[in-house]
Write a protein that binds this ligand. Structure first.
Ligand SMILES: *Cc1c(COP(=O)(O)O)cnc(C)c1O
Length: 392
């Protein structure tokens, strides 16, 4: 018996349950098509909503910045890692998002880990949507605050939990995903805000899948609901629609100032790299210049969903370009994904524990990078595999 035998047993268990992640390798830039494990396939998996991950303007901005600033920041933001590019990016993002201030992080994940423990601790409570993202959950755990889950997107459940528990704690934070990444539904942030106002508690939204997607020209969920100045903290990511990597927190300038003092990933992990910061600046330029990419993304999403419904597929409760194809059991979803790949379509199967048991699915990520011909090829493949496996 070795002290790591348990790992092999766990891995075997995952394989038997159809839950083992076989990780594919990409050898092309992100776009409508990818070279995956040496094969060119239609890309239905990436979060590259606007096709910016390989956009010439972002590439040119990154290259130009590397000539003047190098690559790495070589320090954390609070010591010697804050470059003029970071400052400029934060200034531009504040204007773009209509927020008092913003602060950038290395990723959306670290933005959550920085923000939640800076705002609440042991004497406090966090009211958290039951389906919140793993990085929110980890941020909540790190804070040491009491975590009280409310039912998914249920304002009534949130109100009940606040009423029943709030008096026992010093401070409280309500936190929700903006767009839920597995189902593509949107948090009722306007109603959640009303409840937060009633109880006078902090409100934080993690809009990773709404940044560059929701709101006017992709300005995010706060813009979508017209809640400027009302939501205390809006977390976003540059890793999805922005096509780069990084995270951002927008909100009240006092909160942002506090995060510069107490956000641990800001103080103890190096800054965003030069090409990342420069590419994000170019992404803001593009989004401010035109809504064309955001409009195309939504046109594509509406078209694809309508055609999938016509074919007889169940696309769940999605209100966004995230399109889950509900299949039920994980082995069926995995087989569906393999058959799609054989047809030249890269669509990821998602099962427990990422989604509940019995709710396995293929999650199709629509992008502005797709054209109608691409989407047509994808629909044909879904129709063929769906019939073969008796789903439609
Ligand atoms: C993807 C995602 C993150 C993580 O963002 P990264 O920038 O990739 O670290 C955080 N929160 C939510 C809701 C997400 O969907």
């Amino acid at each position: 018996m070795s002290k790591i035998d348990w790992i092999a047993q766990e891995i075997d268990g995952l394989k038997e349950a159809g839950l083992y992640n076989r990780i594919r390798t990409i050898s092309s830039p992100q776009g409508a098509w990818l070279v995956v494990d040496g094969r060119k396939v239609l890309n239905f998996c990436s979060n590259n909503y606007l096709g910016l991950a390989n956009h010439p303007k972002l590439l040119a901005a990154a290259e130009a910045a590397m000539k003047t600033h190098g690559i790495g920041p070589a320090a954390v933001r609070s010591i010697a890692g804050t470059m003029d590019l970071h400052v400029k990016l934060e200034e531009r993002l504040s204007v773009f998002k209509g927020a008092e201030a913003t602060i950038t992080f290395q990723s959306g994940f670290t933005a959550n880990l920085a923000t939640i423990p800076a705002l609440v601790s042991k004497e406090d409570a966090i009211f958290s949507d039951r389906l919140n993202h793993a990085s929110i959950i980890d941020g909540c755990r790190l804070s040491g605050a009491k975590i009280i889950a409310y039912e998914h997107n249920s304002v009534e459940s949130l109100d009940e939990q606040l009423k029943a528990n709030l008096s026992q704690y010093r401070r409280a934070l309500v936190v929700t995903d903006g767009v839920f990444s597995m189902d593509g539904d949107i948090a009722p942030l306007d109603k959640i805000y009303e409840v937060c106002r009633k109880y006078d508690v902090l409100l934080m939204v993690d809009d990773a899948h709404g940044e560059g997607v929701l709101g006017k020209g992709g300005r995010g969920i706060v813009d979508h609901f017209g809640l400027h100045g009302k939501v205390d903290v809006e977390v976003g990511t540059f890793s999805k629609a922005f096509g780069v990597v990084g995270g951002v927190v927008a909100g009240d300038s006092k909160i942002i100032e506090w995060l510069r003092q107490r956000g641990r990933p800001f103080l103890f992990s190096s800054a965003m790299t030069v090409p990342d910061a420069a590419a994000c600046l170019a992404a803001v330029d593009l989004l401010e210049e035109s809504t064309e990419l955001v409009d195309r993304l939504w046109d594509n999403a509406r078209y694809f969903k309508a055609e999938m419904a016509r074919l007889g597929f169940n696309t769940g409760v999605s209100e966004t370009p995230i399109t889950p194809i509900m299949l039920g059991e994980a082995p069926l979803a995995q087989q569906f994904s393999r058959e799609l790949f054989e047809e030249g379509v890269f669509g990821m199967a998602i099962g427990f524990p990422t989604v509940p048991q019995g709710k396995a699915r293929i999650r199709v990520m629509i992008s502005a990078a797709h054209d109608r011909d691409d989407l047509g090829k994808g629909l044909d493949a879904f129709a063929k595999v769906g019939k073969k496996l008796g789903v439609i």
